[in-house]
Design a protein around this ligand. Sequence first.
Ligand code: GLN
Length: 289
Amino acid sequence: MENNAKVLLKWARDLLKSNGVEDVTFESRVLLAHSMGISVEVTFLIDDPITQEIANDYQSMVYRRAKGEPTAYIIGYKEFFGEIFKVDPRVLIPRPETELLVEKTAKYLNDQSIEKQEVMKIVDVGTGSGCIAISLAKLFPSIKLMATDISAESLELAKSNAQNHSVIDQLEFYENDLLTNLEGPFDIVVSNPPYIDSNSIKAVQREIRNHEPIIALDGGLSGTETLSRLIIQAKERLSDDGLLVIEIGFGQKEDVLFLCKKIFSSNSEVKLEIDLAGIPRVLLVKNNE
Ligand code: GLN
């Protein structure tokens, strides 16, 4: 095969398409950009022939993608909230809808004085790559956060991301099942817990099912088991005016609202925020004891 960008990209698009990849135009360019060490935009400007070494490298990445491996694991990073996070199969790949958690938490923090921010006790539960905690730490240099995860190996990656983003001094990491063993009161509990029901995992895309850590996805038989456990634990540990910000899955709105109405005082504010696809995605509870 002739090693020019046009020919290689066409070959990649065809291969990816016939293997069920959705956004072949973009993904073929992301992989080419990565193999050449350039940005995706610059791939539109390549005139010179591509070296055999780069072509081989590119082709082996395209084959991996064709077999179902997610692009983020192949290139080793994912963009989230405008920043780059290292990812590998130890952690869930950050999703765009999770940016809504950061946005809502940031909005709340913005309304607090710097003095208050400095003393707030904030925890990111099930931190994974660390993308939520690290994004918040970067936005608010005066805050400190705790980041927990049941997976020791995900904490290693989260720490490395925190180091790369120079916020390691703002974070404390705990290997922990949700909030068990952690003492409140917390001013903010933020989390993207696993919420796919165990039976549906078989039916999700192969990219997710075969490559991402099941422990980060499986929310038990009902899908809301971990969510409910977390909401109950958070209620026990939230400060009287604390904030709970949790990502939920499609169709889980009624269950979480029912639980929140049952356990939080009637003065508390319970809200759901809609994601870009119009799906209720973020549960916000402002405790009011
Ligand atoms: N949003 C992810 C997905 O649909 C699931 C993440 C999670 O369970 N927290 O694949």
